[in-house]
Structures are given as structure tokens and as C-alpha cells.
Design a protein around this ligand. Structure first.
Ligand code: FMN
Length: 195
């Protein structure tokens, strides 16, 4: 069975390099028969920029952020998908602020109990990352990779990443780079084969 994949777009540049490689991966995954959906995290409306730590999601039996804004609504749809891909440029050795707002709200999809046991709607899924950056892998994009792999491991998720170091700053540069597009397409095929 081919998976349902959601790409969470985190680049504020609509014609930027991150969206270009994400588009190539999405096209390849669709060609493999996967159902692919996009969420643009840069355009979601929110009442609070991130989690406010109210813990209401931890106290209720539902897995929903009680802030009741568009970010909460969209985060609540994530359990529908088998693969959740963050597509983001690296900003200041991390994902973009727009992705951080989104990811913090994903707290509501798990119950972190006092005993240390985690009850989560994300278990068994694949968390994935597509990231571009102007700098190297080491001490840079690999830090971002660890930032997403660590929660994946804790939540019992598989993990996959596709990183593009030394991306030229001009928007559209990777679109003209056949090697980068091929790498992105192969990643899309890999995601489409995820269980
Ligand atoms: C605010 C800001 C912070 C950045 N920080 C980093 C960084 O920590 N490491 C890095 O390699 N590149 C950094 N960059 C470069 C971007 O990650 C890189 O140009 C990326 O490919 C842009 O993606 P886009 O074309 O989708 O906007 C930064 C760029 C901006 C605007």
C-alpha cells in the first residue's frame, strides 16, 4: 500500500530552493502512487506564535491544541498521514521560525506522562526532513537533522533526511541543478516506499 505523505513547507521564499527540491520530491512520490498533501506553515494564522505551555492538551483525553486557531486545526490532521516531511531552509542552525511554531504545537499529539511513558498518535509513522542551507553538513545541517531525528526516535517513528549543503543563495538555483533535482526525486521515491 502506498503511503499518505504530508509536506510541511517552512521556507518563506515561495520561489526559493527548498520549495524547488520539495516539489521534485513530491512529484516523484506522486508518480509512485503516493497521496501527497502540502501544508504551508508560513501562511497559517495563529493566535499565539507557538505553544503557550498551557498543558491543556496534556490534561484532556483528546489530542488537540486548545488554542483553536488555524495552526491547531492543521496540526490535528497530521495523524492521517504515514509520513510527515518538514521542508525547510536552515535558519540560524535550526529550522525556520514558521516551522518552529508548527512543531511546538505538535506537542498536542502526544501525552507525556509523569512515569515517562509517552502515548502518541505519531508512533509508527515516518518523520522526514528536506533541508537546504548555504553552509556545510557538519555543525550545521546535521544539527538540524538531529533536531528532528531525536523526537522521531523518542516517539517510535522511522526517520529519513535529504540535505542540500552549500545551496547558492539565489532563488531557483537548485531548480537548474540536475544533480539536486535527481537527489530530491530519489528521496520522494524513498518516502513513497515508506511503510
Ligand atoms: C535568517 C537566515 C539564517 C540563515 N542561517 C543559516 C545557517 O545557519 N546555516 C546555513 O547553512 N545557511 C543559513 N542561511 C542560508 C539559507 O539556509 C539558504 O540560503 C537556504 O538555501 C535558503 O532556502 P530558500 O531558497 O528556500 O529560501 C540562512 C539564511 C537566512 C535568511
Amino acid at each position: 500500500m502506498t503511503p499518505k505523505i504530508v509536506f510541511v513547507q517552512g521556507s518563506p521564499r515561495q520561489a526559493g530552493n527548498t520549495r524547488a527540491v520539495a516539489a521534485a520530491a513530491m512529484a516523484a512520490a506522486r508518480e509512485q502512487g503516493a497521496e501527497v498533501v502540502e501544508i504551508d506553515a508560513t501562511r497559517l494564522e495563529f493566535k499565539a506564535p507557538g505553544c503557550i505551555g498551557c498543558q491543556k492538551c496534556q490534561q484532556s483525553e483528546t489530542f488537540v491544541c486548545t488554542l483553536g486557531d488555524q495552526v491547531a486545526e492543521v496540526v490535528a490532521t497530521l495523524p492521517r498521514y504515514d509520513v510527515i516531511v518538514l521542508a525547510t531552509p536552515i535558519y540560524w542552525w535550526s529550522y525556520t521560525a514558521q516551522i518552529k511554531i508548527f512543531v511546538d504545537r505538535m506537542y498536542s499529539l502526544s501525552k507525556f506522562t509523569k512515569s515517562g511513558r509517552i502515548r502518541t498518535l505519531l508512533g509508527g509513522k515516518t518523520l522526514a526532513l528536506m533541508a537546504t542551507g548555504g553552509g556545510p553538513l557538519q555543525d550545521n545541517l546535521e544539527l538540524l537533522e538531529r533536531q528532528w531525528k531525536t523526537p522521531a526516535d523518542m516517539l517510535g517513528c522511522a526517520f529519513a533526511a535529504c540535505l542540500f549543503p552549500f545551496t547558492p543563495p539565489q532563488a531557483g538555483a537548485l531548480q537548474q541543478d540536475p544533480g539536486a533535482i535527481q537527489k530530491a526525486r530519489e528521496f520522494g521515491c524513498l518516502l513513497a516506499a515508506a511503510k
